[in-house]
Design a protein around this ligand. Sequence first.
Ligand code: ATP
Ligand code: MG
Length: 541
Amino acid sequence: MAEASNFIEQIIDEDLAAGKVTAIQTRFPPEPNGYLHIGHAKSMFVNFGTAEKYGGKCNLFFDDTNPSKEKTEFVDAIKRDIRFLGYEWARECYASDFFDKIYEFAEKLILDGKAFVCDLSAEEIKATRGTLTEPGQESPYRNRTAEENLRLFREMRDGKYADGEKCLRAKIDMSSPNLNLRDPVIYRILHATHHRTGDKWCIYPMYDYAHPICDYLQGVTHSLCTLEFEDHRPLYDWVGINLGFSPKPRQIEFARLNVTNLVMSKRYLKKLVEDGSVHGWDDPRMPTLAGLKNRGIPAEAIRDFCARIGVAKANSECEIGYFEAVVRDYLNARAPRAMAVVDPLKLTITNYTGEEEVDFEINQTQEGTGTRKVKFSGSLYIEKSDFSLDPPPKYYRLKIGGAVRLKNAYIVVCDEAVKDETGEIVEVKCHYIPTSRSGSDTSGVKAKGVIHWVEATSCKDVTIKQYDHLLRDADFPGQDFSERMNKDSEHLFRGKAEPYLAEAKEDEAFQLMRTGYYKKCTENGGLVLSEIVSLKDNFNK
Ligand code: ATP
Ligand code: MG
């Protein structure tokens, strides 16, 4: 067995050594009320990854105890996204598969005198719950007999009462220092149609009560969840102990993934989709897995990120720049290099006639990927930002009288900038140094700058899409998401690209030299290069 790489694995090792468990089983428990996001990728990494490491199983468990918000559309999207990340579940199940059993267990608690039907309203229950420093008050309905409770609970199930008129509460301890143990509600009345059970039920179990039962019935040995459930663990254990579960599943909490500049609440992501701030759940700016996939971020890079940030017990925030650095590392080693200009400026070499081919390394980080031929002529495009009429000191790109190397080709010297009637520069005229060809330069001319280019007669028009984060940096801790929304986070450019990119496979990732990693796609018949991650490294190591 490999050594434990985090505290969860240490606990599992101890449980195995003590003979408490023999085979490991976990579950990934999304609620089908939205799309999965990168935070869920961490949860999957922990749940699927731990099971895998121990040769165990991980189920996909849909927590559908909240019928009003759940939809089959989300179930399908969640399954697609899990597969995209490369995980396979042992069994697909739903809390609703277990509703009959969960109900039977509630009757058992009632008969054992451990649950009672309460007539207090939700507000009254809240008001009598007490505080961290004061105990709560016992419900006047707490001492109903088991027979009466059973009759009332069955009437609740049979639809005799309106929403909120009654509920079932566990009978634990109104003066417990843990508020979750102060006679928590375990069943509520809700006349709502469920996405799987339809109108069969008008009472629904509460999450804290249903979850340990579902874990047990699936054979889960270790129920791995995020830290906000730590205070709920005593209730999780109470349910298991009082229903006599053996072996009782064990809940272990780990820290949520938080990333700067990313919204990670399904509720808020849903709002962005619904109010049209983004094009959909899979908008490339969204931190959803569907969005990341559409952005062109490889699943392996997401898993690698989860592995690198590790599993800890304390919450912290990860810099978005770190995520981007991981993606960049991944693509750097794999993406072929190519050239495109985002904001083209015509460059004419006045003393060059004809055409030739120059060699480009496909990916210099990978031995054996070789080179390819790129057409070169006297008619090119360069980036508008690579020429300056009024250059600052130490400007090494193109300027009047200055020399610059055209990547993998020749050194050119700029003679003239041509303006249109509005005064805008529309073309630069240069001469080239014939003896300066890359690889066989005997010219002795020094050019400090190297710029990329595309050949004008063969290039393709391309729409280039670049993105900013949906959320601007926070001005102060805890600033509301809505105040941080970046309304201008998608930028479109009309650029020029090598024909090589037009011929590439759909969705293939490239490093556009000096610009970033882009995914090639086709939209309405036109070539599009969509930014995956820029080359600029903002991560402060
Ligand atoms: P949200 O607040 O975004 O709706 P959630 O916790 O309600 O998230 P669930 O569908 O209930 O979403 O989550 C499924 C599993 O994923 C849970 O075990 C939850 O703890 C875990 N999870 C959700 N967000 C994160 C996160 N940011 N980091 C790690 N795990 C997460
Ligand atoms: Mg949830």
